[in-house]
Design a protein around this ligand. Structure first.
Ligand code: NAP
Length: 343
């Protein structure tokens, strides 16, 4: 029996989903079922948002340096569980262990960075032209943050969004990608172990068009932070615009590396290889185009092709693997089509 994982709502793990369940299988080995997760809908989103809304009053009044203490503990716990989290991330989304360890490290660094911010949430005093008046600004929490994240940095991206939201006194509901739900569960377990009060952080599994969209539409959500494709980003921006909800979008890229005639070709080659094939090319920061000076184009292309052929593909859990699998079948078809277009 595969493990049954739950939503995390108001400090409780709930495995039942109003729209059933979904399975999460390893892209490197489809017989490896990582677990079964609730397919949530409006009902779970509303429950999670309600819990976050209720927890907001006390959390936003907790002094910022105290909120920061929780994040410091979260950083310590992520450090302790780093390898375990990296392994589950590799199993569920494919990239090699060196990279998922780096992914968790980003979360650790982010925890310590934002715990420092808890002592720096300064406001401003402003000279005013009016007599007997004092001008100042303070930072106020917004309320409930709705966070929607992709699978390619399954630990780091949820931390980039949740840690700053928390230190600033907001509570949150996270909807991770259906391709990386187990890593999000690990993050919630870490919050739980760090003693973050119930309702402050909530996790709802499910697909984007239903669960994700319900979170964006919720009237009780004051700010949405989304990382993913530009197509979805546009939809989310429209929904947020309709209700003048604050919205932060990190979307796709089509990055070019420029190699000039006087470039150090060894260095440029290493950059191109890592940039193009790291995370099996599935990064917003991936080097998806090369612009090479015609004087070195022949030599550079030959060396790049030779180096790319030598890369060892395989299961990301094996130490000798340099490039893991693409995350799922539809991504595989999409990349194959890009190759066709490229040719
Ligand atoms: P995606 O389809 O937009 O999915 C991203 C997230 O949004 C997932 O959790 C997805 O849920 C959810 N979602 C999908 N449709 C939705 C909707 N209508 N309403 C609300 N939520 C919805 O993106 P992807 O192609 O899987 O992710 C990779 C993309 O992220 C790439 O374009 C990459 O360049 C970009 N990215 C950007 C950054 C950055 O910092 N700028 C970092 C990493 C990745 P489900 O998948 O569960 O359905």
């Amino acid at each position: 029996m595969p493990a049954a994982y739950g939503n995390y709502i108001n400090g409780k793990w709930i495995t039942k989903g109003s729209r059933g369940t979904f399975e999460n299988r390893s892209p490197a080995d489809p017989s490896d079922v990582i677990g079964v997760f609730p397919e949530s809908g409006q009902e779970e989103v509303e429950a999670a948002v309600r819990a976050a809304r209720e927890a907001f009053a006390a959390w936003s009044r907790t002094p910022a340096p105290k909120r920061a203490d929780y994040l410091r503990r979260v950083g310590d716990l992520l450090t302790r569980h780093k390898d375990e989290i990296a392994r589950i991330a590799t199993r569920e989304m494919g990239k090699i262990l060196t990279e998922t360890r780096g992914d968790v490290q980003e979360g650790i660094d982010c925890a310590y960075y934002y715990s420092g911010e808890g002592r720096r949430l300064f406001g401003q005093t402003v000279p005013t032209e009016l007599p007997n008046k004092f001008g100042m600004s303070i930072r106020r929490s917004i309320g409930v943050a709705g966070l929607i994240t992709p699978w390619n940095f399954p630990l780091a991206i949820p931390t980039w969004k949740s840690f700053p939201a928390l230190v600033c006194g907001n509570t949150l509901v996270l909807k991770p990608a259906e391709d990386s739900p187990a890593t999000a569960v690990k993050l919630m377990e870490v919050f739980e172990e760090a003693g973050v009060p119930k309702g402050v952080v909530n996790l709802v599994h499910g697909d984007g068009p239903n669960t994700g969209a319900a979170l964006v539409r919720s009237e009780q959500v004051g700010v949405v932070s989304f990382t993913g494709s530009s197509v979805t980003g546009r939809e989310i921006a429209k929904l947020c615009g309709g209700s003048l909800k604050r919205c932060s979008l990190e979307l796709g890229g089509k990055n070019a590396q420029i190699v000039m005639e006087d470039a150090d070709l060894d260095l440029a080659l290493e950059g191109a290889l890592w940039g193009a094939f790291g995370t099996t090319g599935q990064r917003c920061t991936a080097t998806s185009r090369l612009i090479v000076h015609k004087k070195v184009a022949g030599e550079f292309t030959a060396r790049l092709v030779e180096a790319a052929k030598k890369l060892k593909l395989g299961n990301g859990l094996e130490d000798s693997t340099q490039v893991g699998p693409l995350v799922n079948k539809s991504q595989q078809a999409r990349v194959a089509n890009y190759c066709k277009i490229g040719v």
